[in-house]
Design a protein around this ligand. Structure first.
Ligand code: SF4
Length: 222
């Protein structure tokens, strides 16, 4: 299966290119951006993050504000009244446990310990923790979102994949570390542009030869 993944990753790279990092340098900013990305689009996430940083240039200012004030600053990202207290609760915990607003201490932990810590924070599940590991710490942890779960399922890269969490655990063991970053981002791109949830554009799919679901006609004609 790993050889098949390498082949598919190469085709996706031919089609979508080598993704360029565009995440903040500060590791805690990456966590905030990840929380803001939950259940919204990249554009709304980025608008909310920019507004958040303009309103609160430091994390001390976030904690000096109220949940409602923070929610107003991130309104464009959706679910603001859930995300604002979540962000402030994470900051409060870091300050209490580590004495500062920083995630940099995770750099000295191994992958498993760092993933466990991140998932112990409010509102951080396996996908968000993997995103923070990949984008903030350059660790080869493979996040699975709804697009990747769908495309990987259709391509039958994983079996018994009833949830994105199960798909993530399986792909983590199958994707070679040097492919994690580009394969993750290019699979999302493929899911958005071609292998869409409704009406996948199979006729123009570069993975047509690799796709058992299409071959079996399980999706009908596109
Ligand atoms: S052939 Fe169709 S179902 Fe298969 S990966 Fe491509 S778009 Fe998705």
């Amino acid at each position: 299966m790993t050889e098949r993944i390498k082949r598919i990753a190469a085709k996706l790279k031919d089609r979508y290119g080598e993704p360029r990092p565009k995440w903040p340098e500060d590791t805690l900013d990456v966590l905030v951006l990840t929380v803001l990305s939950q259940a919204t689009t990249d554009a709304n996430r980025d608008r909310a993050f920019q507004s958040f940083k303009e309103a609160f240039p430091t994390y001390d200012l976030v904690m000096a504000a109220s949940d409602e004030e923070v929610a107003r600053a991130i309104m464009s990202g959706g679910l603001a009244f859930q995300k604002a207290p979540r962000i402030r609760a994470i900051l409060a915990r870091l300050k209490e446990e580590r004495g500062e607003y920083s995630l940099d201490f995770l750099a000295s932990m191994d992958d498993e310990a760092a993933m466990d810590y991140l998932q112990s924070l409010p509102g951080i599940g396996p996908k968000s923790a993997a995103c923070i590991m990949l984008f903030a710490f350059d660790r080869p942890i493979f996040p699975v979102d709804t697009h990747i779960h769908r495309v990987a399922s259709r391509l039958e890269l994983v079996t018994n994949n009833s949830t994105p969490e199960k798909t993530q655990a399986k792909l983590q063991s199958l994707v070679p570390p040097d492919l994690v970053y580009s394969f993750h981002l290019n699979l999302i791109e493929h899911g958005r542009q071609v292998c869409r949830a409704q009406s996948p554009r199979c006729d123009e799919c570069i993975l047509l030869d690799e796709c058992p679901v299409h071959r079996d006609g399980a999706l009908g004609s596109s």
